[in-house]
Write a protein that binds this ligand. Structure first.
Ligand code: GUN
Ligand code: ZN
Length: 433
C-alpha cells in the first residue's frame, strides 16, 4: 500500500484541555504520513521524514487541524436556514414542520442529502450527528450519500408519534422502522445509527418506552435528542411530566440517559441535571448560533465545567446560522462571555473536534489527528480575507486560531481531506456554473 506524506503546520488537541493540561499538539513544520486512509506517523518534519525515505510529500499551505465534527445538525432543515420571526415552538410549526413534510419524497431527500454533505465538506466538517425526518427513507438517502463520500456519519429516523398531522409515526412503526434501519446501516463502513426521538414533547410515554427498549436491544447505537433549549418548551415538559425532577429526568425514567446519549442544547439546566449527565457519561452538543438565533439563551460553560459535563459543538442547522464550526466556536466565545466565561480558542477547537468525537463514540478513529486515526483533516487559511490576513500577521498561534473563529467560516477552509483524499479544494479548478 502506498504511503502519502502531508507537510505543513499541524494543530490538534490530544484531550479535553479543561480536564488536564498539556493537551496541545502543535508541529510548526509537521508531517502526517498516511497509509490506506490512516495516519501511521505524525510529528516534526525533521524527525519523521527520515523514517520514510522516498515518501511522496504534498505541501499544504495553512493550518492543518482535524476535520470538524458537528455534534448536532438537521440535514432536512438545510434550506430553512434564516427563517424569520419566531422562537423554538412557533418556529417549528411555521417553518420546520412544513419543510420536513417534503421528505416523504425519497428523491427530494436524496437531493438535499447530497447538497448538505457537499456543504459540510466545504465548511471543513467531515463527521456529524444528524437528524433525519420521521420518514425512514430520509435516513436511507442520507446514509447512501454519506457512504458514497466515504464519510464517518451518524444519523437516525425521527420518532415523533405526537407530531403534527402528516409528520407522525406510531410507537410500533417507529420502533420497527428504527430496528430495520439499524440492521441495514449501523456499523456499515463508517456509519453509526442514532435512535432519534425529536424531543420529550413529540413522543408519547409509550414511544419513549420503546426508545429505551431499542437502546437496550442495540447497545452500540447512539441516542440523539433535544434537551432544555427554550423556556416555554421547558415549562411544557414540566407540565407533561409532573413527577419528573427536571427535563432530563423525563428522559431518564425511560432509560434514555447513558454514555451513548447526546443531548442538544442544555441551555437551561439545573445542577441536578448536570450532575446526572456527568455521572452517566452522556454528552451535550452546545449549539451557540442556534441558541442566539432562536432567542433560546446562552449556554453556561462554567456550570458544565464545574460539574464535569462532556461537551461537543453543533451547528443545529436550520436554527443555527452557519454550518461552519469555526463560526460557531466564535459565537460560543461570545455567548460564554455573556455569562462571564472566557472560552479559550484551543478549548473551542477541542469542542469542535475531539470533544464532539467523544460524544459520538468515534474518538478512537477521528478528531485527534493521532497515529492510528483516520486521516480526516482540514487545511485552514488564516489569510482567507484581507481582514483575517491583517489580524493574523505576526500573531501568536492562539491569536491566529481565535481570529479564525471570530472572523472565519467556509472561506477559511482551503481544503478538506477524507481518509487522506482531497474531498474539497477551495482554490481547485471547478466547472463554470
Ligand atoms: N426541538 C425539537 N425539534 C427541534 C428542531 O428541529 N430544532 C431545534 N433547534 N430544536 C428542536
Ligand atoms: Zn436541533
Amino acid at each position: 500500500m502506498t504511503l502519502q506524506g502531508f507537510r505543513g503546520e499541524i494543530l490538534s488537541l490530544a484531550h479535553d484541555p479543561a480536564e488536564a493540561p498539556d493537551a496541545l499538539r502543535h508541529d510548526a513544520d509537521g508531517l502526517l504520513v498516511v497509509e490506506a486512509g490512516r495516519i501511521v506517523a505524525r510529528g516534526a518534519f525533521a524527525q519523521v521524514s527520515p523514517r520514510f525515505p522516498g515518501l511522496s510529500v504534498t505541501e499544504l499551505d495553512g493550518l492543518i487541524v482535524p476535520g470538524f465534527i458537528d455534534a448536532h445538525v438537521h440535514y432536512p432543515q438545510l434550506d430553512r436556514i434564516a427563517s424569520h420571526g419566531e422562537q423554538l415552538l412557533d418556529w417549528l410549526e411555521r417553518h420546520i414542520f412544513p419543510a420536513e413534510q417534503a421528505f416523504a419524497d425519497p428523491a427530494h431527500a436524496s437531493a438535499v442529502a447530497e447538497a448538505f454533505l457537499d456543504e459540510l465538506l466545504r465548511h471543513g466538517t467531515t463527521s456529524a450527528l444528524v437528524f433525519g425526518t420521521v420518514h425512514a427513507a430520509s435516513v436511507d438517502a442520507f446514509f447512501a450519500a454519506a457512504q458514497a463520500r466515504n464519510l464517518r456519519m451518524a444519523c437516525g429516523k425521527v420518532l415523533m408519534d405526537l407530531g403534527p398531522e402528516g409528520l407522525k409515526d406510531t410507537p410500533q412503526s417507529g420502533m420497527d422502522e428504527s430496528a430495520d434501519l439499524i440492521r441495514r446501516w449501523h456499523g456499515r463502513g463508517r456509519l453509526t445509527y442514532a435512535v432519534t426521538p425529536r424531543f420529550a414533547l413529540t413522543s408519547s410515554d409509550e414511544q419513549l418506552e420503546s426508545v429505551g427498549k431499542l437502546l437496550a436491544d442495540h447497545p452500540g447505537v447512539l441516542l440523539h435528542t433535544h434537551l432544555a433549549e427554550n423556556t416555554r418548551e421547558i415549562a411544557e415538559v414540566a407540565a407533561r411530566f409532573p413527577d419528573a425532577a427536571d427535563y432530563l429526568d423525563a428522559y431518564d425514567r425511560f432509560g434514555l440517559v447513558t454514555d451513548r446519549s447526546v443531548f442538544a442544547h442544555g441551555v437551561h439546566l439545573p445542577d441536578r441535571s448536570c450532575k446526572r449527565l456527568a455521572q452517566s457519561g452522556a454528552g451535550v452538543a452546545v449549539c451557540p448560533s442556534s441558541n442566539l438565533f432562536l432567542g433560546s439563551g446562552m449556554f453556561d460553560f462554567a456550570q458544565a465545567e464545574r460539574l464535569g459535563v462532556r461537551l461537543g459543538l453543533g451547528s443545529d442547522i436550520g436554527a443555527g446560522t452557519s454550518l461552519s464550526l469555526l463560526h460557531n466556536a466564535g459565537i460560543a466565545y461570545q455567548a460564554g462571555l455573556f455569562k462571564g466565561y472566557r472560552l479559550d480558542p484551543f478549548h473551542a477547537l477541542w469542542l469542535a473536534t475531539g470533544g464532539s468525537a467523544r460524544l459520538l463514540h468515534v474518538d478512537a478513529d477521528v478528531g485527534l489527528l493521532a497515529e492510528g486515526q483516520e486521516a480526516d483533516f482540514v487545511v485552514l487559511d488564516d489569510k482567507a480575507t484581507p481582514l483575517l490576513a491583517r489580524r493574523t500577521a505576526g500573531a501568536t498561534l492562539a491569536e491566529r486560531l481565535f481570529a479564525l473563529q471570530v472572523l472565519g467560516d467556509d472561506r477559511a477552509v482551503r481544503q478538506t481531506y477524507v481518509l487522506g483524499r482531497c474531498a474539497w479544494d477551495r482554490d481547485g479548478v471547478r466547472p463554470l456554473p
